[in-house]
Design a protein around this ligand. Structure first.
Ligand code: ZN
Ligand code: ZN
Length: 115
């Protein structure tokens, strides 16, 4: 723990590469290139890919955000609800993943539901 390693990851939206100090793991970050919201992945996300990590941070996620995990590598992805249904390359493993529809909010009337 005495040597700070950099965490290198990519913006899921624009592909911008980041290298941040390990101390920023799990911290929210705004992509300077496309201004989307990112979360610096934790080392656990790299190492322990098989078991889901309890790393949902309520401080980072707002009502307008969706959080979901990559079905391939379990990478936690946070994105705006408006991105639901988009197909994106996972920042963790590069597989294409579909952003799930947000859970229905009782206060919100969504006209786009076509289940
Ligand atoms: Zn970006
Ligand atoms: Zn993945």
């Amino acid at each position: 723990m005495n040597v700070q390693q950099e965490v290198v990851f990519f913006c899921w939206r624009c592909g911008q590469k980041f290298a941040v100090p390990g101390s920023l793991q799990g911290e929210p970050l705004k992509c300077p290139a496309c201004e989307c919201r990112l979360t610096v992945p934790t080392k656990e996300a790299f190492v322990d890919q098989k078991s889901p990590a309890p790393n949902v941070d309520p401080l980072v996620v707002t009502e307008n955000d969706l959080t979901f995990n990559c079905e391939h590598c379990n990478w936690e992805i946070i994105m705006d609800k408006r991105g639901a249904g988009m197909i994106l390359p996972c920042p963790g493993c590069g597989e294409l993943i579909e952003v799930p529809q947000p859970p229905q909010a009782s206060t919100d009337v969504c006209v786009d539901i076509n289940v």
